[in-house]
Ligand binder design. Structure first.
Ligand SMILES: Cc1cc2nc3c(=O)[nH]c(=O)nc-3n(C[C@H](O)[C@H](O)[C@H](O)COP(=O)(O)OP(=O)(O)OC[C@H]3O[C@@H](n4cnc5c(N)ncnc54)[C@H](O)[C@@H]3O)c2cc1C
Length: 433
């Protein structure tokens, strides 16, 4: 069997979360009988991140419910799991990963699944008591405790109205904590959702009592005489008192440990010039190095561009695809990008490409009622959409399934928007409009 001869004997996966787990499970599902080592810098068994800003923060779930697999399921995978051990370097010639405890781990195939780290700039209070990010379980538990202490007096300032910030703001309001949310963009999540849906989100946050300050950034976090956070200063010169500051301004791929390794890292795009581990369309970065999940920028064969997703389902899909490819399986076409976000009663779901610079039309329901399906289309050279490229919906699960299929089918752009006021939106916006 030619394919079997190519199988690596020892697979090392660095990063023990959604993507890393998916690699390991796919290898075993395909009866890979070689050695599998999983290296993760967090203690304990791998857990899921999306509930951190939702059910865990709200106190609806305890931490053990976040575990991705039970101890028994881990045992069955027959993996050497090095928990609480960071990888600090890799020698791709010698095929060895260097560990923080001084150890080394040899591989025939290496999978990089180290995800992303939340950005916390010094001006926004990195290292100060009362200012924090939200990426891991300890962050979520710290924020939860801070919110519990703030309900009787205090204020949470959320810096950044993206997914994580907006979800945390919603949970905090549910706990009765006063919240101010600040973002230099004109509306929450506008770059991802476009103007109409971002307007809906802004309205929902304001109805729920969030003091929303869009269109201006936070220039610095301020402290009291004891070095504890006591507020933020905005770029417009105003000041907001705060007991807790949540910095939710994005994440960067966790590639520091790959410096000087020869593993290709992007040099353009966002993330301070680091685009992630550059891979081909099946997750291969070099002959023996692969990458999956938030850390990986896979080449889109249709556009030739590298794309790094920060979505939970993509992490699992890419991990599975790498596990299969390591064993010589034919690549499966990537699934449709998918994300969801829970904010108050709104359960947003999205498939495909969406964004502010795309045509937009509501095709079912009405955003103002919190039940809708909206479609997005890339604009051609004439500034017109040709096909349905993405969909966002809330409260209309069955209709969403049909429009998801329309995205998969590259269905033609709907001839008429039901509401002429909701013709494609592609212009400048202001938060008051
Ligand atoms: C609060 C929050 C809410 C989210 N909500 C949603 C949502 O609603 N929907 C959605 O689609 N996505 C959501 N996401 C994104 C989703 O969680 C990520 O896309 C997903 O976790 C990516 O999985 P991953 O395995 O690639 O990386 P990660 O989950 O980042 O895991 C990488 C692991 O590698 C470890 N690691 C890093 N460097 C090293 C090293 N040098 N050595 C060893 N280990 C290392 C990290 O500590 C971590 O354990 C959310 C993320 C956060 C933080």
């Amino acid at each position: 069997m030619a394919a079997a001869a190519r199988h690596p004997g020892r697979v090392v996966v660095v990063g023990a979360s959604a993507a890393g787990l998916a690699v390991v499970e796919e290898l075993r599902r395909r009866d890979f009988a070689g050695e599998v080592t999983l290296i993760g810098d967090e203690p304990g068994l791998p857990y899921d991140r999306p509930p951190l800003s939702k059910q865990l923060l709200a106190g609806e779930w305890e931490a053990d419910r976040l575990l991705l697999r039970s101890p028994e399921q881990w045992d069955a995978l027959d993996v050497t799991y090095r928990a609480g051990t960071a990888a600090v370097g890799v020698d791709t010639d010698a095929r060895v990963v260097r560990l923080a405890d001084g150890g080394v781990c040899g591989y025939d195939a290496l999978v990089i699944a180290t995800g992303a780290r939340a950005v916390h700039p010094p001006a926004l209070g990195a290292g100060l008591s009362g200012a924090q990010v939200l990426r891991g379980l300890p962050d979520a538990l710290r924020l939860k405790a801070a919110l519990a202490g703030s309900a009787g007096g205090g204020r949470l300032v959320v810096v950044g109205a993206g997914f994580v910030g907006a979800e945390a703001a919603a949970v905090a309001r549910g706990m009765g904590v006063p919240v101010t949310m600040v973002d230099p963009l004109p509306l929450p999540m506008v770059n991802v959702l476009g103007v109409e849906i971002a307007r809906l989100l802004a309205a929902v946050h304001e109805e729920n009592g969030v003091d929303l300050r869009c269109g201006t950034g936070v220039s610095r976090v301020t402290t009291d005489g004891d070095g504890r956070v006591d507020g933020v200063e905005l770029a417009d010169g105003s000041r907001i008192a705060a007991t807790t500051v949540l910095v939710a301004v994005g994440a960067r791929p966790a590639v520091d440990w790959l410096a000087a390794s020869g593993v290709p890292l992007g040099e353009r795009g966002r993330d301070d010039g680091v685009l992630g581990v550059l891979c081909d369309a099946r997750g291969q970065a070099t002959g023996t190095v692969w990458a999956a999940g938030d850390v990986a920028a896979w080449k889109n064969p249709a556009t030739g561009r590298y794309v790094r997703a920060e979505h939970r389902l993509s992490a699992t899909e890419q991990g599975r695809a790498v596990g299969a490819a390591l064993l010589g399986a034919e690549p499966t076409p990537p699934g449709l990008p998918y994300f969801w976000s829970d904010q108050y009663h709104l359960k947003l779901q999205s498939y495909g490409a969406t964004g502010r610079d795309m045509a937009f039309a509501v095709v079912e329901g009405a955003p103002a009622e919190g039940r809708f399906v909206a479609v997005y289309g890339h604009l051609d050279a004439d500034g017109r959409p040709r096909q349905v490229d993405g969909v966002v919906a809330a409260g209309m699960a069955r209709a969403l399934r049909g429009w998801r299929q329309a995205v998969l089918d590259h269905a033609p752009w709907p001839a008429q928007s039901p509401d002429p006021d909701l013709a494609p939106v592609n212009g400048p916006v202001s938060s008051s409009s």
